[in-house]
Design a protein around this ligand. Structure first.
Ligand code: 4AD
Length: 454
């Protein structure tokens, strides 16, 4: 259907020319001689005003909220030089009855969550989805310009990367008593062994990096964790670079540089959307982001962070002791109250981190890094990897892991092992941080969370 994007009508301001636009009616208003419609086609956060001369015949349906239209007319200069269209012809593409759930008033995000298929037509989701798209493009742009190769790692996997037992099972047969034991059951299943949805593309990413040098993955990861919180999804988008010939400080440098690049890109390419979030979601958001990209991120070791938390005098719900995992309340205290900016926490106790992380000489900690940001908490998790075959085997044995399942991964340490590392960026957490939207369910098209799928 030949037509012009509404964004283009706004950008080009081709006054005096004729254009055909399509879209959904967002508002309508009648007056004595003319009627007004506001049309949105998703290409712009702004609605295009359509002016209807009541001396001409127009379909009555055109005035109804949610109706989809094709409008042809002259582009004219409206108030403050903003383009409008004087309608010459209006065709109704799809009618919309009065029980259309999205009315003129501002709906709450909770209410909108009950209609994921329609909430995309609100200004909030228009802005969220555009920022998401620009962030994704900026991620590719960053890595492509620096010789990284984009690889696609499998979603169905036989090994649990994080070793935390949070894998969704993939099966074509239901368990039944006819099998003597689990082993026999899995042997009869589709893959002939236990399989699940990948929690991370890291292990396969490492295999690609051991040939290509620098890679990144960008796809969905799945976690069957029973975390009904504003920052956990069962299916989230995960961006994971893996870098050969790199140690922990190199990994940290890439993480900081990448974040600054993608946030700078959004500020530049999405001014209207960022104004919208600043006005409706977090006052001062743009200043906060500009501040972030113009300052160095802080770095603190886990041990030091624990000391700061213990000396804070705060009454935390989860008590703090060396060896405990940091909870969101701790992460937010560190980034919001102590450093007041993004902070890398490094060198965590080995017991609370994954088997693959490089063991530090102290014998107690590993070369891990988490990036904590104000408002969200952890947004990035990464590490230098254990490149030593024997040390890796020892760590896996300590955790009671089945080494047979990881023989490919172990081979990397046998055949030309190199220092390497990488990190995982939770894409929705990044979108939350950049938009100021505080619930992860509101930054993805169809959120999948414990007890909820649609
Ligand atoms: O810290 P995580 O578990 O690290 C890994 O998966 C590593 N394999 C990454 C790597 O080194 N290549 O997860 C990385 C990030 C977290 O910091 C968080 O932003 C996001 O993934 N994340 C989630 N986002 C939404 N919902 C969940 N349930 C998430 N779990 C992790």
């Amino acid at each position: 259907m030949k037509h012009t994007d509404i964004k283009e009508v706004f950008d080009k301001k081709a006054f005096g020319t004729s254009a055909t636009v399509c879209g959904w009616v967002r508002t309508s208003r009648d007056s004595k001689n003319v009627a007004f419609l506001e049309l949105n086609d998703g290409t712009s956060l702004k609605h295009l005003q359509i002016v209807l001369d009541k001396e001409k015949e127009f379909p009555e349906e055109a005035m109804k909220l949610g109706t989809s239209l094709k409008v042809t007319g002259e582009i004219v200069e409206g108030r403050e030089g903003v383009p409008e269209i004087n309608a010459a012809e209006i065709a109704v593409l799809g009618t919309c009855p009065a029980d259309y759930p999205l009315q003129k008033k501002r709906h709450t995000l909770e209410f909108l969550r009950t209609m994921p298929h329609l909430r995309t037509r609100t200004n909030t989701f228009n802005a969220v989805l555009r920022v998401r798209s620009v962030l994704a493009e900026a991620i590719h742009e960053y890595f492509q310009a620096r010789n990284y190769v984009y690889v696609n790692t499998p979603l169905i996997t036989g090994s649990d990367c994080e070793g935390a037992g949070e894998m969704f099972q993939v099966t074509t047969i239901g368990y039944s008593n006819e099998y003597k034991n689990e082993e026999e059951y899995y042997a009869n299943d589709f893959f002939g062994r236990r399989a699940g949805l990948s929690v991370s593309g890291q292990l396969e990413g490492e295999m690609a990096a051991m040939a290509m040098g620098k890679i990144y993955t960008f796809g969905p990861s799945f976690r069957a964790e029973n975390s009904n919180t504003p920052k956990h999804l069962a299916e989230f988008w995960h961006m994971e670079p893996e870098i050969a010939f790199a140690e922990l400080p190199d990994v940290i440098e890439v993480a900081e540089d990448l974040l600054k690049h993608v946030i700078g890109t959004v500020l530049e390419k999405c001014p209207a959307e960022m104004d919208f979030f600043d006005a409706h979601f977090e006052k001062g958001l743009k200043d906060r982001l500009k501040d972030l990209i113009s300052h160095e991120f802080a770095t603190v070791t886990y041990t030091e962070a624990i000391r700061l938390l213990k000396e804070s005098g705060e009454d935390f719900v989860y008590p703090v002791e060396w060896g405990v995992d940091l909870q969101t309340e701790h992460e937010r205290y560190i980034s919001e109250k102590v450093f007041k900016r993004a902070v890398f926490v490094t060198d965590y106790p080995k017991e609370i981190k994954s088997f693959y992380m490089k063991q530090n000489p102290d014998g107690k900690t590993v070369a891990a890094v988490d990036l904590l940001v104000p408002g969200v908490g952890e947004i990035i998790g990464g590490s230098e990897r254990e490149a030593d075959y024997d040390k890796l085997i020892a760590a896996m044995k300590e955790r009671g892991m089945n080494l047979d399942l990881y023989s490919d991964y172990l081979d990397l340490r046998k055949f030309g092992s190199v220092p390497h590392g990488g990190f995982g960026l939770g894409f929705e957490r990044l979108v939350m941080y950049v938009t100021g939207v505080s619930n992860i369910r509101d930054v993805i098209l169809f959120p999948r969370t414990v007890g909820s799928i649609r």
